[in-house]
Design a protein around this ligand. Sequence first.
Ligand code: SF4
Ligand code: SF4
Ligand code: SF4
Ligand code: FES
Length: 345
Amino acid sequence: MMNIKINGRALKVAEGTTILDAALQNGIVIPTLCKHAKLSPFGGCRMCLVEVEGTSKLFTGCTTPVWEDMEVKTHSDRLEGIRKTVVELMLSDHPYDCMTCEKAGSCDLQEMAYAYGVKDVRFRGERRRYDKRDGNPFIERDMEKCVMCGRCVKACDEIQGVGAIDFSYRGFKAKVTPSYERDLNCEFCGQCVAVCPTGALMDKSSAGKGREGVRKVNTVCAYCGTGCNITLHVKDNTVVRVTSPASSINEGWLCVKGRFGYQFIGSPERLKSPMIRKDGELVEASWDEALDYCANRLNGIKEEHGPDSIGGLSSARCTNEDNYLFQKFFRATVGTNNVDHCARL
Ligand code: SF4
Ligand code: SF4
Ligand code: SF4
Ligand code: FES
């Protein structure tokens, strides 16, 4: 363990802990923008700069490990001034688009600007102008709103293991792109969208349908049996976006279906009642009618051909409890072990 002081408080933290983590573990909040709890540190935004006793140099809290007898100051007039300037510089070539931006209300950059009272554009100059057209079906990429935090690049590489995007070019021209600036063509898991602190990466299908402030409903994704936790963003009884809480069992990561495939919920083509085939046509039936029909047919087939002439196929979209009951029903009631599951097909 290392003996350190943060803002005059004597603390003991494990060797190798960064200043930022040491502070967080002890309830001291240092502003950050590029740091994400699930990704390796990048040290790019400079919001987390801190002062260390004995040197005039500033250190990035997210990348600097503590050392024995280190004395850190996380807040001072000098540091707050620098952080405000950092925000101003990030906004110097940023589109002032908060009024219509899909991210407004949940944007870290907007929050930082609010926290530091940045109202006027002190630094004016060249603005980055990028073609926003990207033919991919899921993710709106507006690199004019990118603050180069690198979170998306790290999420794609470290979480998804895909590496579909990276920094291209140098200096003012640097930007995050797929290779050769082609349209994004990847797994479309949306982890990059989930970690982007600004409106640079957004869900295409949510555009204009409702942003922060809509009703949020926590539930479990119905696409497979993994059980990822999701949050449905609901406006006028319609799901307009899906996110996942970072504190969930799946740590906020989802697959393309869970994150972007929610339109089926409101589809007019959804079946709302059982269907029974009569004279070659599927016709709607009540649940009582459908269950009686199944029971009669199962009994009839069992009597005529024996229980092993019947087999049951279940679904990964059902809960574990449903699937347990399904196999129990086939084994104990129908009397056959012919039970399988779509995940093995
Ligand atoms: S990305 Fe954030 S700061 Fe930029 S326009 Fe959108 S809400 Fe405003
Ligand atoms: S959607 Fe997933 S695979 Fe595609 S760039 Fe983003 S993180 Fe990488
Ligand atoms: S697109 Fe978003 S996550 Fe990626 S570097 Fe830019 S601001 Fe960061
Ligand atoms: S949070 Fe440390 S440099 Fe960005």
